[in-house]
Design a binder for this molecule. Structure first.
Ligand code: DAH
Length: 366
């Protein structure tokens, strides 16, 4: 289509414009009514709206651009009306066409779109299962902040300022806090133990609680370490709680989690907030205790830390909750790394796989 296909305007009077545009609008209407299929529809679109050779472009070139200034407004308005008619014709045709096309193309023999169902992440699953074991023993679940004060992360857990035990739990600290007293300075918590203190401050004894959560340490990443990992903390406080309650509870929990043939043993250890403290080992779940590569031929695998709550810790809590009088009550606590347990249970050899987001790895837990 070229400008030759556009008639000459017989002047710029209203009557002349009305006649010229009226004829075009009429033409659009009649040809739009005859559009029956996708091909005709597309040809119509090209004829009128084609960017280089479309009639609308030709009209604009021949009538609008060369018009005297005083006629431009009136021509422009009519031009827009014409364009609206064309758009209208195309809009009503396109929906009819789309349905027709769909009907032609719908092939019910094709397989459907697969929509995979998500699963719990293996770490969350391990955490939920372990928490479930303790819930069945009457423990409730607690949470606390990941950005913690020096007081809750260290001091109230009997790590005095400058105590060497702090060195084993280096972490990120929030900047520009030098003006604050040490106890109020913020850091990323290095363990879930501060939630023990926070919970005791809120609730008088007796108390039984498990605390799953994320913790941070200045640890180099390798196959078994990650600077961010997860722990589950446990705390039980009541009158007459003894070390045998601690042993019985953890022995039961390990059997419930890993299977009833698993044995436990307790080794003396040190944590500032428990006295006495112990490391808990379970008989190797891979070789049943005979000795293999996984347990370094010892038959045992170290799994968690625990102990009887140090009276000093109760002393800190008593500032807010006088019921925690170490002369009247006692308690035990324990803490375990979720990644370590999940790696054992599912035979994962590289901790990084938990954080990679690789569905080929995660899909194995479906
Ligand atoms: N908070 C200790 C750690 O991160 C783990 C721990 C050990 C927690 C003994 C306890 C406990 O509650 O009694 O290394």
């Amino acid at each position: 289509m070229t400008t030759e296909a556009i008639p000459q305007l017989e002047g710029h009077s209203d009557a002349a414009l009305e006649k010229a545009f009226g004829a075009l609008i009429e033409e659009v209407r009649t040809s739009a009514a005859k559009l029956e299929n996708a091909g005709a529809h597309e040809a119509f679109r090209l004829e009128w709206l084609g960017r280089r050779q479309g009639r609308l472009k030709a009209i604009s070139d021949a009538w609008l651009k060369s018009a005297p200034a005083e006629a431009k407004k009136s021509i422009g308005q009519r031009f827009n009306q014409l364009k609206e008619q064309i758009d209208l014709a195309l809009a009503s045709e396109s929906s009819v066409d789309a349905n027709a096309l769909l009907a032609e193309r719908l092939d019910i023999t094709l397989p459907g779109t697969h929509c995979g169902v998500g699963i719990e992440h293996p770490l969350i699953r391990t955490m939920n299962e372990m928490v479930g074991v303790f819930q069945a023993l009457g423990y409730s679940v607690g949470v606390g902040p990941e950005v913690e004060t020096d007081y809750y992360n260290f001091e109230s857990l009997n790590f005095p300022p400058n105590h060497p035990a702090r060195d084993t739990q280096d972490t990120l600290v929030v900047a520009h806090q030098d003006k604050k007293p040490l106890r109020d300075r913020l850091l990323m918590r290095t363990h879930t133990s501060p939630v023990q203190i926070r919970t005791m401050e809120q609730q008088p004894p007796p108390l039984r609680i498990v605390i799953p959560g994320k913790v941070h340490r200045n640890d180099e990443s390798d196959a078994t370490h990650s600077p961010i990992f997860h722990q589950i903390e446990g705390l039980c406080v009541d009158t007459n709680i003894t070390f045998s309650d601690l042993k019985g509870t953890l022995d039961h929990a390990m059997k419930a989690f890993f299977g009833s043939s698993v044995k436990t043993r307790f080794f003396p250890s040190f944590f500032p907030f428990t006295e006495p403290s112990a490391d808990v080992q379970i008989s190797c779940i891979f070789c049943g205790g005979k000795g293999c590569r996984k347990c370094k031929h010892s038959g045992w695998i170290e799994l968690l830390g625990c102990g009887m709550v140090d009276p000093n810790v109760f002393g800190f809590v008593q500032q807010k909750q006088p019921g925690y009088d170490p002369k009247k009550i006692s308690g035990f606590a324990f803490g375990m790394g979720v990644e370590r347990i999940a790696m054992m249970k599912y035979g994962v050899s590289d901790i990084g796989q938990f954080y990679s987001g690789d569905v080929r790895f995660l899909g194995q837990f479906a």
